[in-house]
Design a protein around this ligand. Structure first.
Ligand code: PLP
Length: 637
C-alpha cells in the first residue's frame, strides 16, 4: 500500500526546518504557519491571511511583511553580540545599524529605529537621498548613530554637518582619500567639528558572490599609506581629535567564516596602529555588513548559504578585537555593524498564485504507436530505442535517442522527412525519455549526463508575478530563495515543475531551487492545481529585492501589507501599501493617461462612425479601457 504523505514529508521535501526555523513551519492542516516568536509563541495560518487579504480586495501577488519577525531579527543579532561581549569579557559595547539601502521602505526603517532602548539601532546612509531620510529620522537622537558612507561631494558633506547641528550623531566616513580635503574645508566653513571615520581598504577578501568587490582593488576604502597620510593631514589641520571611527566592509553575503576572521584580525591591528599614531579619539569600529543569510538551509559556503551561525560571527568579531587590543594595550572600541540582509531578509514573504500549467509529460509524452512498415527508417530506429529500453541499457538508449532526435531535425531541415514524420519521432522520443526518467527515480546515483532529464520533462507553472520586479537577484545573480506551496502540504506534490512569470521574456522563469547538498535543483515538486487558487510563497525576500526590482513589461510594485501578530494568534494590519496601478507605471515612462484615454475615445468614435461599434459597445469598451488604466498591473480574478 502506498504510504500516506504527511506534513513531515513536506517538511523534508521543502527543507523548511533548515531555512525557515524558527519563523516558518507547517501546521496540522497542512498550511504554512508563521511563528515569529518561535514554536511556543502564536502561530498565524498564512493561507487564511491571504484569503482575508483577498476579501479586503488585495489581490496577489502580495508582499507580506511580518513586523514581529523584523523585531525578532533585531533582537537576535544584538543578543548574539551581547552574549559574546559577556563571554569574552569585552569592555566595549555594541550597536547595530540598518544600512538603509537594504530596504528603504519607510515603514520598515521606522519600525527598525523605534525598537526599545537596549535594541535601538542607528542608520547607515550610502547616498544623498538616504542621508536626507536619516537626517530627518535621527535628529535629536544622539544615541542612534548615523554612519555616512558613499561617494561624497560638498553638498553631501554640508548635509552631514547640518544633521549634526540638528542633534543627530553623524559620522562622515572617508570612503576615498580625495574626500579628506572636502571634509576639512566644509568643517572650517561651517565652524563645526565633524565626527570623522575612515573606511579601510583591507587586503582581506569576502567570500561568495561579492568576493571580488573586496580586497586591494575594491571600489571604496583607503589603503594603509592613505590612512597614514590622512592622520598626518588631520593632525596638521588640528582635526585629529575628530577621527573617531574605523570602518570596513568586505562585501555582502559572506559565505565562509574564515573571511570574517581574517578581516577582523587585519582591522583590529589597523585600529591599534592608528591609535598608536596619535588618533586617540578613535573609539569606534564599524565592521560593515556581510553577515550572510542561509537561504537554502544547507549551512555550506555555497553562494546562497553560509557555514556559520550569527553567534559564531559575533564571537569571532568580539574575541579577535578584544585579544588584539589587549595584546597592544589599547582600549576595546565600541563595535558597530551594518548587517542588512541578516536583519531584514526573513520578514518578507511574496505570495503569488499559479495561473495555469503546461503539463509537459502529460501533453507531450502521450502513448505512442508502433510504426507501420512504410514509415521512415528513422521512426523505426527511434521506436526500437523505445521498445528495447530496460534497466541495464537506459544510459546507452538515452545517448542513441539524442542522436536520433538531432538526425530527425536535420532530415526535416533538408526536406527529407515531412512534418508528420518529425512529429512522430518527437512523440516517441519524449515517451522514451519519460520511461528513462522513471528508471532514474529508482537509482541512488544519477549519472551526470542524465541529470538534466528531470528538467527536460518538467511541467511549467505560469505564475502571477514578475521575477524582474519581485526577485531580481534570482535573475541577475542566480540567487536562490526558498519557494514552496503555502497550503496542501499534507498532500503529496507529484509534479516536477519550473516556474514561469508573467513577463514576455524567456529569462522570466525560475528553474533553480534550493537543495541541501550545497547546490541547486532544476525543478520544484508541486501539486496539480485544482479549482481553487493554488498559492506559492517565496521566502526570505525582505532584503534588496524591492528596490532592485524593475518595471520590465511594466509590471509594477506589488500590493504589500505590514502584519502584526497578536499573542492569541490573531493579527492586525499595521499598513496597507497598494501596489502600482497601470496609470502609475505608465506615468513613470512619461505617458499621460488622459491623453491615452482621449486617443482611444477618438478611435472608438471613428469605429462608431464606420458602423463597427454600436454606441453601447463603444461605451462598454471605454469603460474597460479606463478600468484597465486604474487597475493592478498583475492579473486579477
Ligand atoms: N554596509 C555597506 C557599506 C555595504 O556596501 C553593504 C552592502 O553591500 C552593507 C553594509 C550591507 O551588507 P549586507 O546586507 O550583506 O549585510
Amino acid at each position: 500500500m502506498e504510504k500516506k504523505w504527511t506534513i513531515a514529508d513536506s517538511r523534508e521535501e521543502y527543507h523548511i526546518g533548515h531555512w525557515g526555523s524558527p519563523f516558518f513551519d507547517i501546521n496540522a492542516q497542512g498550511n504554512l504557519s508563521v511563528t515569529p516568536w518561535a514554536a511556543e509563541g502564536p502561530k498565524l495560518d498564512l493561507p487564511t491571511l491571504v484569503a482575508d487579504l483577498r476579501r479586503r480586495g488585495l489581490e496577489p501577488p502580495l508582499l507580506i511583511r511580518f513586523n514581529d519577525i523584523l523585531d525578532a531579527r533585531v533582537r537576535y543579532l544584538a543578543d548574539a553580540f551581547r552574549n559574546s561581549i559577556e563571554a569574552y569579557d569585552y569592555q566595549g559595547s555594541y550597536q547595530s545599524l540598518l544600512p538603509i539601502k537594504v530596504n528603504q521602505q519607510r515603514h520598515v526603517v521606522e519600525r527598525i529605529i523605534a525598537q526599545e532602548d537596549q535594541y535601538r539601532l542607528g542608520l547607515e546612509a550610502g547616498s544623498k537621498p538616504e542621508l536626507l531620510i536619516a537626517t530627518a529620522l535621527l535628529s535629536d537622537r544622539k544615541d542612534q548613530l548615523l554612519i555616512c558612507n558613499g561617494y561624497k561631494d560638498r553638498e553631501y558633506v554640508d548635509t552631514v554637518l547640518d544633521a549634526q547641528r540638528l542633534g543627530a550623531q553623524p559620522y562622515l566616513v572617508l570612503d576615498r582619500f580625495a574626500e579628506l580635503d572636502l571634509v576639512i574645508e566644509a568643517a572650517r566653513a561651517a565652524k563645526t567639528m565633524p565626527n570623522i571615520g575612515i573606511r579601510a581598504r583591507l587586503t582581506a577578501k569576502g567570500a561568495g558572490r561579492w568576493e571580488s568587490s573586496s580586497g586591494d582593488r575594491s571600489k571604496f576604502g583607503l589603503s594603509a599609506r592613505e590612512i597614514v597620510e590622512c592622520i598626518e593631514r588631520l593632525r596638521a589641520a588640528n582635526m585629529l581629535g575628530s577621527l573617531k571611527l574605523l570602518h570596513f566592509h568586505i562585501g555582502s553575503q559572506i559565505t565562509a567564516i574564515r573571511s570574517v576572521k581574517v578581516a577582523s584580525r587585519e582591522a583590529s591591528h589597523l585600529y591599534c596602529s592608528m591609535r598608536k599614531l596619535g588618533a586617540t579619539n578613535l573609539t569606534l569600529i564599524d565592521v560593515g555588513g556581510g553577515l550572510a543569510v542561509d537561504y537554502d538551509g544547507s549551512k555550506t559556503n555555497y553562494h546562497s548559504s553560509k557555514n556559520y551561525s550569527v553567534q559564531e560571527y559575533a564571537n569571532d568579531v568580539v574575541a579577535t578585537l578584544g585579544d588584539i587590543c589587549d595584546a597592544n594595550s589599547e582600549p576595546h572600541p565600541k563595535i558597530l555593524s551594518e548587517s542588512g540582509r541578516a536583519l531584514v531578509a526573513h520578514h518578507s514573504v511574496l505570495v503569488f498564485n499559479v495561473l495555469g500549467v503546461h503539463a509537459f509529460t502529460q501533453d507531450t509524452c502521450a502513448e505512442v504507436q508502433k510504426p507501420t512498415p512504410d514509415e521512415h527508417h528513422l521512426i523505426h530506429d527511434i521506436w526500437e530505442a523505445y521498445d528495447t529500453l530496460n534497466p541495464r541499457n537506459f544510459q546507452e538508449v538515452y545517448h542513441d535517442l539524442l542522436a536520433l532526435k538531432e538526425e530527425s531535425a536535420t532530415l526535416f531541415s533538408h526536406g527529407v522527412i515531412d512534418l508528420e514524420a518529425r512529429a512522430r519521432t518527437e512523440a516517441i522520443f519524449w515517451a522514451t525519455a519519460k520511461r528513462i526518467h522513471a528508471h532514474l527515480q529508482t537509482l541512488d546515483y544519477v549519472p551526470e549526463d542524465l541529470s538534466g532529464l528531470g528538467k527536460m520533462l518538467s511541467d511549467t507553472y505560469y505564475c502571477n508575478f514578475s521575477i524582474f520586479q519581485s526577485l531580481p537577484d534570482a535573475w541577475a545573480v542566480d540567487h536562490l530563495f526558498p519557494i514552496m506551496p503555502i497550503h496542501r502540504l499534507n498532500e503529496e506534490p507529484k509534479r516536477q515543475a519550473v516556474l514561469a512569470d508573467l513577463t514576455c521574456d524567456s529569462d522570466g522563469k525560475l528553474d533553480r531551487f534550493i537543495d541541501l547538498r550545497g547546490h541547486d535543483n532544476a525543478t520544484l515538486k508541486l501539486h496539480q492545481p485544482g479549482e481553487s487558487p493554488y498559492y506559492l510563497g517565496a521566502f526570505l525576500v525582505g532584503a534588496y529585492q524591492e528596490t532592485l526590482g524593475d518595471l520590465h513589461n511594466l509590471f509594477g510594485d506589488t500590493n504589500a501589507v505590514h502584519v502584526n501578530i497578536r499573542e492569541n494568534g490573531a493579527y492586525s494590519l499595521e499598513h496597507i501599501v497598494h501596489g502600482d496601478t497601470v496609470n502609475q507605471v505608465l506615468s513613470y515612462v512619461e505617458y499621460d493617461c488622459h491623453e491615452l484615454l482621449q486617443r482611444t475615445w477618438k478611435a472608438a468614435e471613428r469605429a462608431v462612425e464606420r458602423g463597427e461599434l454600436s454606441l453601447e459597445e463603444s461605451a462598454a469598451l471605454m469603460k474597460r479601457y479606463q478600468a484597465g488604466l486604474e487597475g493592478y498591473t498583475y492579473l486579477e480574478d
